[in-house]
Design a protein around this ligand. Structure first.
Ligand SMILES: Cc1cc2nc3c(=O)[nH]c(=O)nc-3n(C[C@H](O)[C@H](O)[C@H](O)COP(=O)(O)OP(=O)(O)OC[C@H]3O[C@@H](n4cnc5c(N)ncnc54)[C@H](O)[C@@H]3O)c2cc1C
Length: 645
């Protein structure tokens, strides 16, 4: 940190800290519901967004409904880019043998019962979809908030904008990378989150009347300006990486060429071992041999300890390796994107002679930062980078990959599976400890205090079971509704916490509710649309000429909505657009399922089935039946999703 300066003194109405799904969705929700001219800025620590960040996010029914509350076309826009897995396959992680219980997912059942079945989108696609809804320049990149402090109301008389009418404000100290501000290079792949660019940092101070902390589970804002809460280490480490099919093929071919060259050299030089020169050969994973496994590219593959004590949940098992494609085989240059993640408990790392936390990265070791504190259940690592989704830089990635490979080799993960990791470009490998909030961190006042509110993982980080992003989207939809009802301020934030805490607490911690019941409750929810029908009709006018006409309400819907708006029937216009958006989403999922050969034709699911808003009210018995029907496929798909995040 070289310089200290302050911003021009203007006080923001809202500072959103963190540009992940929760922060972006909250920003969209607030801009939809706050008065025009509200000064809102998102501060994101990462230098930019990269399309290769993250793995897949399962979009459950609650998540798509929350997205639809932010913007009616967003769910089907995202589903256009989603993947539907047809199977999940479990293998013994030493013998490689397919384990019993591997099964196809009942997509048709889900579509028939709920009109939807969970789809997976790239995490970065979800983030980009939300980002595109914000006005240009809303996100300032390379801005890491290091401290958040409330300045008492009395002190605001001296506030530079001269407005003391609305109480105190917050001072955010931000470590800003020079040149990082307002870089709008989303998805350019030009940079990676957390990348150490070696550039100069300056400190800036930003004032804001309201703060939305969306800075993830190691939330700095929560630690410095909130209840001081920090998550607990779960005794588990996770790696993940991604590569394209062509990178995998290329690495396998290069390794084969290197092996051949080494063999030739060894033959020429008697007595030298071929393996010593060539290292371990890479092999194409057997599960991707589509001649033998036609659905191999449409499945989730999971390797974990088999045997009588087999644990079905890969994250509950002491170790696990998960691998899946997240774009369709014919997608874009480079072929499909393949994502893997690996989990291991500390004893598994110890057996492999791998320390956790890892030694500091080269820049820190050479004086750039303090080594992280030892991790234990009682004392989580002091270095926030450790609990966050780090990696991205080549230096970190090389170390992370070597550590992952050492652990995998030590317990005997089959060589063809290890090849997936070994072929991954190191800059796309990350490693991090897994942390989680305790139930005590969900007590009133912990998520909302005055004009500071925490959303997403900053408020409630549970196990990575695939629900985190969906609940983060719900947070935003409900926050918008509360602000619409109470106006921006403490009352809205308190109402938001009162609405959110029981739902999240039950899902994360309430053991008296059976898992199936929890998943059922998760889906049966609805959100008030935050958009105005006129906005949707205006936006549609801009899209008409584009190549995606299905994003635009058809003329009869647009005309009906416009007529309702003209007659002052806002509710009628909203309903017309919601019904259209729901049917467009349903159609997008069915098309995807047919394309992916998950169902043979649209007729396999009931084409007349209508969306939730269109269904006639069901009696209690019918409701119970519907819920039970709905839960089975959703639970099955959810179990697979839990292995993905
Ligand atoms: C790089 C990355 C990849 C992920 N990939 C997946 C995935 O593939 N599947 C999945 O299910 N979940 C993934 N997650 C987690 C998932 O996004 C969250 O569990 C959930 O969506 C809640 O989102 P969030 O916005 O609350 O938190 P996060 O997604 O963690 O976002 C927090 C954001 O805040 C930024 N930030 C952190 N500290 C600061 C600070 N001090 N100042 C400013 N900005 C800060 C981070 O850079 C990040 O962009 C990923 C998270 C990250 C950061």
């Amino acid at each position: 940190m070289r310089n200290t300066s302050s911003e021009d003194g203007a006080v923001l109405d809202v500072a959103v800290v963190g540009g992940g799904p929760a922060g972006l969705a909250a920003a969209v929700a607030l801009l939809r519901t706050c008065p025009p001219g509200t000064r809102l800025q998102v501060f994101e620590a990462g230098a930019t967004y990269s399309a290769s960040q993250g793995a897949a996010v399962g979009l459950f029914l609650n998540g798509v409904k929350a997205l639809g509350a932010l913007e009616p076309t967003l769910p089907h826009r995202l589903i256009d880019e989603a993947v539907l897995f047809s199977h999940w396959r479990d293998y013994d992680d030493v013998s490689g043998e397919l384990l019993p219980g591997s099964m196809p997912l009942d997509r048709a059942g889900g579509l028939r019962a709920a009109g939807y079945t969970p789809c997976h989108v790239q995490w970065s696609t979800l983030r980009a979809g939300l980002y595109e809804l914000l006005p240009p320049g809303s996100v300032q990149f390379g801005c890491k908030v290091v401290n958040c402090e409330e300045v008492a109301a009395a002190a605001t008389t001296a506030a530079a904008d001269g407005d003391s009418s609305s109480g105190g404000y917050y001072e955010l100290r931000i470590a800003r990378r020079r040149g990082g501000a307002a870089a709008d290079a989303v998805g350019s792949g030009a940079g990676q989150q957390g990348e150490e660019e070696g550039g100069e940092e300056e400190e800036v101070v930003v004032r804001a009347r309201h703060v939305v902390a969306a800075d993830g589970y190691f939330s700095r804002v929560r630690r410095t300006g909130g209840d001081g809460g920090r998550p607990t280490f779960r005794g588990k480490v996770r790696w993940f990486g991604s590569l394209t099919t062509s990178e995998l093929m290329g690495a396998v071919a290069a390794a084969a060429a290197a092996a051949a060259a080494a063999a030739a050299a060894a033959a020429a030089k008697e007595g030298e071992q071929q393996e010593a020169a060539a290292g371990e050969a890479l092999r194409l994973p057997e599960c991707l041999d589509t001649a033998r496994h036609p659905d191999g590219m449409r499945s989730v593959h999971r390797w974990m300890p088999g045997g009588p004590n087999r644990v079905l949940d890969v994250q509950a098992a002491p170790r696990g390796f998960v691998f899946y494609p997240i774009s369709l085989p014919d997608a874009g240059p480079g072929g499909s994107r393949l994502v893997w993640s690996m989990y291991a408990d500390l004893p598994v790392l110890q057996a492999a002679g791998v320390d956790f936390p890892p030694p500091p990265p080269p820049s820190a070791a050479s004086g750039g930062g303090a080594p992280p504190a030892a991790a234990s259940a009682d004392a989580p690592a002091a270095d926030d980078a450790h609990g966050a989704h780090v990696g991205g830089s080549r230096a970190r990635g090389v170390a992370a990959l070597q550590r992952a490979l050492a652990v995998a080799a030590s317990y005997g993960l089959p060589a063809d599976v290890r090849s997936i990791a070994a072929a991954t470009p190191p800059e796309r490998v990350s490693e991090f400890g897994m942390y989680q909030h305790t139930p005590e961190m969900s007590t009133p006042g912990a998520w909302a205090r005055g004009r500071l509110v925490h959303v997403g993982d900053a408020a409630h980080a549970g196990p990575p079971d695939g629900t985190g992003a969906n609940f983060a989207l719900e947070d935003a939809a409900v926050l918008g509704a509360c602000v619409r009802q109470h106006g921006l301020g403490p009352e809205a934030f308190a109402a938001w916490e009162a609405a959110r805490m029981p739902r999240l607490f039950d899902h994360l911690y309430n053991k008296s509710i059976a898992p199936g019941e929890k998943w059922g409750r998760m889906q049966t929810v609805d959100f008030e649309p935050l958009w105005r029908p006129e906005q949707v009709l205006e936006a549609a006018a801009d899209i008409t000429a584009s190549s995606r006409p299905h994003l635009v309400p058809p003329p009869q819907v647009a005309e009906a909505a416009a007529r309702a708006v003209a007659a002052g029937d806002n509710a009628g216009a909203t309903q017309a657009i919601r019904e259209w958006a729901w049917s467009a989403l349903r159609r997008a999922v069915v098309v995807k399922a047919v394309d992916a050969r998950i169902i043979a034709s649209a007729a396999e699911v009931d084409p007349a089935a209508a969306g939730p808003q269109q269904q006639p009210a069901a009696g209690p018995q019918q409701q119970a039946q519907q819920q039970a029907q709905q839960q089975l496929p959703v639970v099955a798909a959810t179990a697979a999703a839990s292995a993905l995040s």
